[in-house]
Each structure stands twice: as structure tokens, then as C-alpha cells.
Design a protein around this ligand. Structure first.
Ligand SMILES: Nc1ncnc2c1ncn2[C@@H]1O[C@H](COP(=O)(O)OP(=O)(O)OP(=O)(O)O)[C@@H](O)[C@H]1O
Length: 515
């Protein structure tokens, strides 16, 4: 081979080698580029791996927490399940116990009903043992008007000053007061009146009168104290007895205060208290199967004429007659309003209405209210569907007309006043006669005639005074010395009543089926 050829061959080989080098260089550049890309990919992947690792670590913490919670919840479910099992066991136990308790309640209710029947019997035995006519005596306190209107020498002030000093007041009170004493501080049954006067020969004469009653109330006694014993009688009328409470005494001695009282709770008298009590007792007895119906009537007897205090119009012009049903022992008055009673509030408004009618009459007819008798009657009818018992009783609350004698009433020169006083005296003495006759009958004279018809009052009260009834007389006394003689008359009348024993009270009840 020629050198030329060799040269050319060599040049070709150089050229090939150069091309090879260029190719290799290009490949190297590409490889470097690839390497850079792989490097950055690797970086990214590393970051991703780091992130994933942290996520995994967080999630494994969360998973740990959750699995702890799941374990706790499973434990709770276990506890609840066992509590539920326990409860359902308890529930079964409770159902058994409830059933037992129900049976026990029914037994106890039955026992209570029997105990109530027994209590009513015992209560009435006690009332019977206390006597069917009881007398309380109540002396009212001295009032400001008593001393300020008293014309005695003691009312003259000691100084020249027109306003009396406290000493003047005290002296006035002492001089006005009657000498009334209450020696029995334990049982409060005695009252002693004393007086001293000068005899014709100039010697001092001392008198003393002692009286005993079922209870004597001193001037400071409250309405609540007086009501305490009356409340037991009011209870009797829900058991089927006829009960009569009447206030006796001269005008101004406190009869209306005792029976009706003032407008406050403290001063409320026997009528509103008895009504409240009867409603409370009938309400309580509902739980023992008793259902009661009550009705009220309020009458006034003035000059032997009956007036309906619950009638319509200002003045009652109707003619009323008293009728007694022998079979039922019930007293009715023709054309007199008998109002169904539903609540103590309604009774209060009825009493206020009756009071206002009396006041109207009083202004028109010269203090008529103190010259008339007022009789409030509450009739109670009860039925017990559980025991088959039924009963009917009544509560009569009577405010009698003033008992003063003729010369005191200033009636001698006044024809109308004279007639009034004679009527009052006749009806009060008829009351005394009836009680005395009942007393004799109670002592064995079974054929003794009882003169109920001698006055409207005794005829109206016939069932409340006869052997089937319980009677309480509240004798009201004035504390004033000027009224001492009137007080003595009242005390003698009340003693006559107190010495009377009237048969044995019988309740009006019947049993249709045995319990
Ligand atoms: N226990 C008492 N406590 C306070 N005040 C009383 C008491 N008793 C009576 N009074 C008051 O004495 C006055 C006369 O009483 P009350 O009107 O009750 O007498 P009365 O006997 O009913 O008279 P009348 O026959 O005229 O109706 C009244 O002002 C009354 O408020």
C-alpha cells in the first residue's frame, strides 16, 4: 500500500476517532444531564420519604391513642353491660317489691278507714263524756271606749291639763273595772266576783260569788284559745251530730266578737273558724272515702219573727214557718234560702252579706242587731262509698240578743223597746226552761214535756238542744263594775244551763252495707 493510501486511511481513521470522541463527549454530556436529573429526583424522593416517615410516626401515635381509647371504651361497654344486667335484675326485683308495696298500701288504706271509723267513735265517746251541754265563760277586756265614756269621778284628770296622764288612765281603768278573779290557774274553770258596799248602818259589806264552768277565759284569751274546744264539737258535726254553739250575755259583752270576730286572721270569730275547720276536715276525709255536701242558712229572730238574712232584697217580707221532720230529725224553715256551700271563701262572703243586711236593719230600727238572735246553720251530709256509711249533721252558731233586764235597757218609756225587751226576755227564759226540762228528762222523767214551742228560738233550736245533740254555751261577760249585777244574772243563768245533763247524743247515721 502506497503512502498516499496509508495517509488517506490514517486520515479516515483519525476522522472516525474524532467523530467517536465527539459522540462520546455528547454521550458524556447526556449522561451528566441524566445524572443531574436523577440527583434532583433522588432529592425529591428523599424529602417525600422524610415526610412520609413523619406522617407514619404521627399516625402511629394517633393509632396508639385510638387503640387506648378503644380499650377504655370496651371496658366501659363491659361495665355498662354488667350494670344493665344488674339493673334488669333490679327491675325485676323492683316490680316484685312494687307489687308487694301496692298490696301493702291497699291493706293500710283499709286499716286507715277502719281506724277512722274507730277514731270517730272514740272522739264522740270523749265528747259525750264531757257532757252534751257545756258552758264556757269569757270576760272581754276593758276597752278604751269603756273608760272614756265612763262618767265616774275617776275620769276627772288629776291636773288642770285637758289630756289625761297615764296615771289618770290607770286610775280610770281601776275604777271602771269590776272585781273579777280567776283563782283556778290550772284548769281555768273558776270565776269569782266580789263587791263591797256600805250597809244602811254604815258598815262595810263584802260579797263574793264563785261560779264553776267547763272553761273560763280571762280577758287576755285569744279567739284561737276559745276555738280550741269548739273545734272538737265542729268535728262532731262531720261525724253526723247536731251541734249548737250559742253566745249569751248582755249587750256589749262580746257575743258578736266571739261568734263573728274581727276582719283579721287573729281576730276571726268562732263562725269563720268553725267553717274553715269543717271544710278542712271534710277535705281530709276525702282520702278515706267520704264525700260531703254542705249547705248554709242564716236567720235572724227579731220580735218573734224570722227574717232570712240570705234572702233577696234589703228587707225580708216573707212569712217563715219552722218545720221539724221527725223521721230525719231535720229542721227546715219555709221560704228560707238554703245555699250550697263549696268553700270557706264563699261562706265568708255570705256572712258579710248577712252582716250588711243586719247593719241596714240596725240603722233603720234602733240597734236592732243587738236586739235580735242570729242563727247560722251549716248542714253537712256525708257518704262513704267504700264503707257504705252515710251521715247527716248540723252546726248551729247562735248569737243571742242582749240579755239585759228591763230597767237597764231603758225600755220603760218606749213602747217598741218594751216589746223588744219582753220578747228577748221571754225567748231567753224559754231557752232556760227548755234546758231545765231537758235536764229533768235526762234525770229519769222520760214523760217530761219540753216547752220548745214557747219561743221561736227554742222551736228553731229544738233539734240542737234535744238528746241527740251537743250544745256549747259561751257566756260573755263585761269587765265593768257598772255591769256587775247584769254579769251576776248571766252567771246564774249559765249555771242553770251548766247543771243540766242532756241524755246521750246520738249521731244520725246509717250503714247500708257492712264494711
Ligand atoms: N275579747 C275581746 N277582745 C277585744 N275586743 C273585744 C272582745 N270582746 C268584745 N270586744 C269589743 O267589745 C265591743 C262589744 O262587743 P260586741 O259587739 O261583740 O258585743 P255584743 O255582746 O255582741 O253586743 P250586741 O249585743 O250589742 O251585739 C266591740 O267593740 C268588740 O270589738
Amino acid at each position: 500500500m502506497s503512502s498516499r493510501q496509508l495517509k488517506r486511511k490514517h486520515a479516515n481513521e483519525v476522522m472516525d476517532l474524532e467523530m467517536d470522541i465527539k459522540r462520546k463527549e455528547r454521550e458524556l454530556r447526556e449522561a451528566k444531564e441524566d445524572s443531574r436529573m436523577y440527583q434532583s429526583d433522588l432529592e425529591r424522593e428523599r424529602e417525600t420519604v422524610t415526610m412520609l416517615k413523619s406522617t407514619i410516626s404521627q399516625q402511629s401515635t394517633t393509632q396508639l391513642t385510638l387503640s387506648t381509647q378503644v380499650t377504655a371504651l370496651q371496658a366501659q361497654i363491659g361495665a355498662l353491660q354488667s350494670a344493665l344486667n344488674q339493673s334488669s335484675n333490679n327491675g325485676t326485683q323492683l316490680t316484685v317489691e312494687l307489687e308487694w308495696a301496692r298490696r301493702r298500701i291497699a291493706e293500710l288504706e283499709d286499716e286507715t278507714r277502719k281506724a277512722e271509723t274507730q277514731r270517730r267513735k272514740l272522739h264522740n265517746i270523749i265528747q259525750e263524756l264531757k257532757g252534751n251541754i257545756r258552758v264556757f265563760c269569757r270576760v272581754r277586756p276593758i276597752l278604751f271606749s269603756d273608760v272614756s265614756s265612763n262618767g265616774s269621778a275617776a275620769s276627772t284628770p288629776s291636773s288642770n291639763s285637758p289630756t289625761p296622764t297615764p296615771e289618770d288612765e290607770a286610775r280610770r281603768i281601776r275604777a271602771s273595772k269590776a272585781d273579777i278573779n280567776f283563782p283556778d290557774k290550772l284548769d281555768h274553770k273558776e270565776i269569782v266576783l266580789r263587791s263591797s258596799s256600805e250597809s244602811a248602818t254604815g258598815q262595810e259589806r263584802k260579797d263574793e260569788w264563785a261560779f264553776t264552768f267547763d272553761r273560763v277565759f280571762e280577758p287576755h284569751s285569744t279567739q284561737a284559745e276559745v276555738f280550741e274546744d269548739i273545734s272538737q264539737l265542729a268535728q262532731s258535726c262531720t261525724d253526723g251530730y247536731n251541734v249548737c254553739v250559742f253566745a249569751y250575755g248582755q249587750t256589749g259583752s262580746g257575743k258578736s266578737f266571739t261568734m263573728e270576730g274581727g276582719s283579721t286572721d287573729m281576730t276571726a270569730g268562732m263562725i269563720p273558724r268553725a267553717v274553715e275547720q269543717v271544710f278542712a276536715v271534710t277535705d281530709e276525709l276525702k282520702t278515706k272515702g267520704w264525700v260531703y255536701k254542705m249547705e248554709g242558712q242564716f236567720l235572724e229572730i227579731y220580735n218573734e219573727t224570722i227574717n232570712d238574712l240570705l234572702g233577696k232584697g234589703e228587707f225580708d217580707k216573707k212569712k217563715h214557718e219552722i218545720k221539724h221532720d221527725v223521721k230525719t230529725g231535720r229542721t227546715t224553715v219555709t221560704e228560707a234560702n238554703v245555699v250550697p256551700l263549696t268553700s270557706p271563701g264563699q261562706v265568708r262572703s255570705l256572712l258579710a252579706l248577712a252582716q250588711s243586711r243586719r247593719t241596714v236593719a240596725a240603722t233603720l230600727m234602733n240597734e236592732r242587731s243587738s236586739r235580735s238572735h242570729s242563727v247560722f246553720t251549716l248542714r253537712i251530709m256525708g257518704e262513704n262509698a267504700l264503707t257504705g256509711e252515710s251521715c247527716e249533721g248540723s252546726l248551729n252558731l247562735v248569737d243571742l240578743a242582749g240579755s239585759e233586764r228591763l230597767e237597764k235597757s231603758g225600755a220603760a218609756n218606749d213602747k217598741d223597746r218594751l216589746r223588744e225587751t219582753q220578747n228577748i226576755n221571754r225567748s231567753l227564759s224559754a231557752l232556760g226552761d227548755v234546758i231545765a226540762a231537758l235536764g229533768e228528762k235526762g234525770e229519769g222523767k222520760s214523760d217530761k214535756h219540753i216547752p220548745y214551742r214557747n219561743s221561736k228560738l227554742t222551736y228553731l233550736l229544738q233539734n240542737s238542744l234535744s238528746g241527740n245533740s251537743k250544745t256549747l254555751m259561751v257566756l260573755n261577760l263585761s269587765p265593768l263594775a257598772t255591769h256587775l249585777n247584769e254579769s251576776l244574772c248571766s252567771l246564774r243563768f249559765a249555771t242553770k244551763v251548766n247543771n243540766t245533763t242532756i241524755g246521750t247524743a246520738k249521731k244520725q247515721s246509717k250503714t247500708t252495707t257492712s264494711s
